[in-house]
Ligand binder design. Sequence first.
Ligand code: BJW
Length: 258
Amino acid sequence: MSIEKAAQILKRARYPLFLSGAGISAESGIPTFRGKEGLWREHRAEATGGRESRAATMASMRAEDLATPEAFQRDPALVWQWYNWRKRLISEKKPNPAHFAIRDIAHKLPNLLCATQNVDGFHALAGLEGVLEMHGNIFRTRCLGCSDVRENRGEIDPETLCVACNQAALRPDVVWFGEALPQNILHTIYERLHVCDAIIVVGTSGSVYPAAGFAVEVRRREGYVIEINIDETHRPYANDVYIRAKAGEALPQICALI
Ligand code: BJW
């Protein structure tokens, strides 16, 4: 029933917006940051069979502790260790049916604007074009001196100097707490939010801003909010469609009905 309603809303929407979070990649085997399933902590037990190891230490790290400019300033080697570990993990996995379904939905709804908080690049890998990566991409580096940004899929030694200026060290090209999101991306999203009549929010706990405010803004304008999450995240609103299911199960069903 809610799957059908979601498909109907999306088909009728003039200015739809799609927002994904870590939960959409959970079925690919990438642990989420928060939520009842797939915590880094749970991944730790799986990865190590209970034995303590470097992987265990990495898996128990929290975004709130490491995804900050202060953490990087304090201990760049530790932060790079965490990112190198995650880059390896993501490289071994691939997009899942949820990523392919949203690519197909975007083909059917050419006016769908797609944004993600994820840094894994899986939407693009699944063939979704023009996706706005709000929090950057884990497979890019940025020079701390000249700001040169480039793709780098390998492990980064914290001592490595930028190849462009050969003077400064590198950081992951992602957005940490307290940092501004890319201006052009935010601008495009807010332009859409001003007219958005339906937002579909998939696999995010809604605890990190500004993304957490998008559904609030659409509700304020009396647009529809469709949420796909295995967990309860908000209190019910009249215009909302809640789909308590795995993204990889719900999105292909919605796609088939559009
Ligand atoms: C499934 C599933 C399945 C599982 N199917 N579902 C207003 C109020 C209060 C605070 C703030 C505010 N505005 C800004 C702030 C501060 C801060 C913030 O939000 N703090 C909060 C903790 C309150 N925000 C910022 O600092 C942001 N910057 C900013 O606003 O700048 C302003 C500024 C302007 C001008 C100058 C300077 C500054 C930046 C936020 C950056 C967040 N970065 C991270 C790390 C990125 C790099 C990396 O990956 O390492 O982004 S933190 C981390 O959280 C990551 C994620 O993108 C983000 C959100 O997590 P997400 O995607 O929601 O994942 P989870 O794990 O939380 O949820 C997964 C969900 O999936 C769960 O609900 C599961 O149930 C579900 N699920 N399996 C469907 N199969």
